[in-house]
Ligand binder design. Structure first.
Ligand SMILES: [Fe+2]
Length: 256
């Protein structure tokens, strides 16, 4: 179990150092109203365009309850179910600490929400992206196990100086993956599920590439941090994504 992550200047930083109180009481009436606007329009936009366990997770975690969710309330449902625990962070967590969190079934969520003027703001993941996008799938037992595995791979890859390999696996599955469900193409990744602009374009745009998902392709496929993706990897099913990623060992990841 990894407790410390090493920063570029050599100082030891534990993932716990990034955790802050959520201070749910500090969210204003306007913050809660922004959540409600984002939630309502995203649920309508997604409809059935997302893998069905995502919608099950929304119901199970009662994310339709008005206002920004409080992490204690989420954890009261999530932790007994899959062992995952949500913690608040003030912003982006460095990859080393992020993967170390995932390896322990800890998911960091921003302690802030975008403003009404920035409803489609993409750069810094806020609590809408983190909670609406990510947490529903962490209530799915096999996906929850897969995300922990990605965390372990990330810790190992960073220790070997190959963190980008694990980041690409994470990106093309957990964040921006697509998956078939029967005959239909569905959103799997949180970055798509929580995005007003990219949810539809990932499925319907004729100007993006959609390539079959495999872990070897994911490791070799670059991605964009701050713009719509030019290409998406499409899995045959959610279960295929999980099986492929769970079958990826540290040794194979480093050899791909
Ligand atoms: Fe994310």
């Amino acid at each position: 179990m990894l407790e410390k992550t090493i920063t570029k200047d050599g100082t030891a930083q534990r993932w716990q150092d990034f955790v802050v109180p959520q201070c749910w009481e500090a969210f204003t009436a306007e913050d809660h109203a922004v959540w409600d606007v984002l939630f309502a329009r995203q649920v309508e936009l997604l409809g059935a365009r997302v893998v069905s366990p995502f919608l099950d997770g929304i119901d199970l975690l009662r994310l339709s309850h008005p206002g920004v969710p409080d992490v204690e309330g989420l954890n009261a449902i999530l932790t007994p179910r899959t062992g995952w625990r949500v913690v608040a962070v003030p912003g982006l967590v460095p990859d080393a600490a992020f993967f170390a969190m995932l390896a322990e079934r800890i998911f960091p969520v921003g302690n802030f929400i975008r403003t009404r003027e920035q409803l489609d703001y993409l750069e810094a993941p806020d609590c809408f992206h983190d909670m609406f996008g990510h947490i529903p799938m962490l209530a799915h037992h096999d996906f929850a196990e897969m995300v922990e595995h990605v965390g372990r791979l990330g810790v190992a890859a960073i220790a070997a100086g190959e963190g980008d390999r694990a980041a690409r696996i994470y990106w093309h599955s957990v964040e921006f993956g697509l998956a078939r469900e029967g005959d239909e193409l569905k959103i799997l990744g949180a970055g798509l599920a929580s995005s007003f602009g990219e949810a539809h374009s990932s499925l319907e745009s004729e100007t993006v590439e959609r390539l079959p998902f495999s872990v070897s392709r994911a490791v070799k496929t670059p991605y964009k941090h701050d713009a719509f993706q030019p290409r998406y990897l499409v899995s045959g099913s959610l279960d295929r994504t999980i099986a492929e990623v769970m079958g990826l060992t540290r040794e194979r990841l480093l050899a791909l």
